[in-house]
Design a protein around this ligand. Structure first.
Ligand code: NAP
Length: 330
């Protein structure tokens, strides 16, 4: 399959890029990836996406974005890209089913994944009490006790969502001040089901068949205690999904894709948008804005390439094959 614009990732950045590229008649392809709809689709309620005064479910928002992009001719592929070649245009992508897709331009919007606690028991008890998605799994914790780890917006937003089901919610945070927005802090402090354990870290997730508790280390005293719980929801930030691109495009030391402020990576024709680039704002609306920028940049880039090809064709009937500059030339 060949496309003028190939987009990897289907969160707000990818779907907005698709909408703009589709409306530019570029018939883009979106490769949905591991998390269709992106992280926003795993978010319970989105209260700060403009245009939804009564808030909108994260999954519903992603669905609406996909529908809008589809209306203008975006094609979707349910696949995971596991190999890329960016040394030559068109760029080549190979999917997990062995399918080859080529693209004149590539927009990377693979987002970020929840950061793990990296403690014993976390992996072993994943999906058996350890969950990174309150929206998906909250229902299974009806009348149960759960621990949320972290002090940011995700921890409180998703924690508050969990209080619809659980009997008790304990927020374990490594400091004694929350990073979350004041409005969420207020709601959490007022909620009788929520209590906080400050200056503490989860050092182990306990349980055999299912989670039965967590070992907590109190960071000021070094004291360790066991807190009985039925579930653990770590919300301690994210890591960018860029392992596929290592060695192919420039990344920073934390693995985020480096762009020039106009979504352009060091490889001409490859653009990046959303949480895979942005470690500061990380909002659905900023990701959508960057997706729009990337699609506009791709559109201009294609127009320039077309113009250059016409000129070189006029000068010589056999133009040389184009190669992208080696990594490090940017
Ligand atoms: P975040 O804002 O980076 O917060 C991560 C939290 O986890 C912080 O409280 C941090 O502690 C803690 N933490 C980090 N590493 C840790 C570790 N190794 N062990 C224990 N705790 C650790 O991440 P987020 O909450 O996932 O939010 C990501 C972005 O999405 C933010 O920009 C946020 O505003 C946005 N968001 C917005 C909403 C909303 O507007 N309703 C909802 C969800 C997310 P420290 O505070 O000590 O650093």
């Amino acid at each position: 399959m060949h496309k003028k614009v190939v987009i990897i990732g289907s969160g707000p950045a990818g779907l907005t890029a698709a909408l703009y590229a589709a409306r530019a008649n570029l018939e883009p392809l979106v490769i949905r990836g591991l998390q269709p709809g992106g992280l926003i689709a795993t978010t319970s309620e989105v209260e700060n996406y403009p245009g939804f005064p009564e808030s909108v479910g994260g999954y519903e928002l992603a669905e609406l974005m996909e529908k809008q992009a589809g209306r203008f001719g975006t094609e979707f592929l349910d696949a995971i890209v596991n190999d890329i070649d960016l040394t030559q245009r068109p760029f080549t992508l190979t999917t997990d089913s062995g399918q080859t897709v080529t693209g004149d331009t590539l927009i990377i919007s693979t987002g970020a994944s929840p950061r793990k606690l990296d403690v014993p028991g976390e992996n072993e008890l994943a999906n058996r009490g350890v969950s990174y998605c309150a929206t998906c799994d909250g229902f299974f914790f009806r009348d149960k006790r759960v621990v949320v780890v972290g002090g940011g917006n995700s921890a409180l937003d998703e924690g508050l969502f969990l209080t619809r089901y659980v009997s008790e919610l304990v927020v374990v945070h490594r400091r004694d001040q929350l990073r979350a927005d004041p409005i969420l802090q207020e709601r959490a402090f007022e909620n009788p089901k929520v209590r906080f354990v400050w200056n503490a870290a989860v050092s182990e997730v306990l349980g055999d068949e299912r989670v039965t508790g967590v070992r907590i280390k109190h960071l000021k005293t070094g004291e360790e205690t066991v807190l009985e719980t039925d579930g653990v929801f770590p919300y301690i930030g994210h890591v960018p999904n860029t392992s596929l691109f290592k060695g192919h495009i420039h990344l920073d030391e934390s693995g985020y894709i480096l762009t020039d402020g106009r979504t352009r990576t060091n490889v001409p024709g490859v653009f990046a948008a959303g949480d895979v680039v942005d470690y500061i704002y990380r909002q659905a609306i900023t990701a959508a804005g960057e997706g729009c920028m990337a699609a506009m940049e791709a559109t201009w880039y294609l127009a320039e390439q077309e113009h250059a090809a016409k000129k070189s064709q006029a000068a010589s009937p056999h133009p040389e094959e184009e190669t992208t500059p080696a990594l490090g030339q940017w």
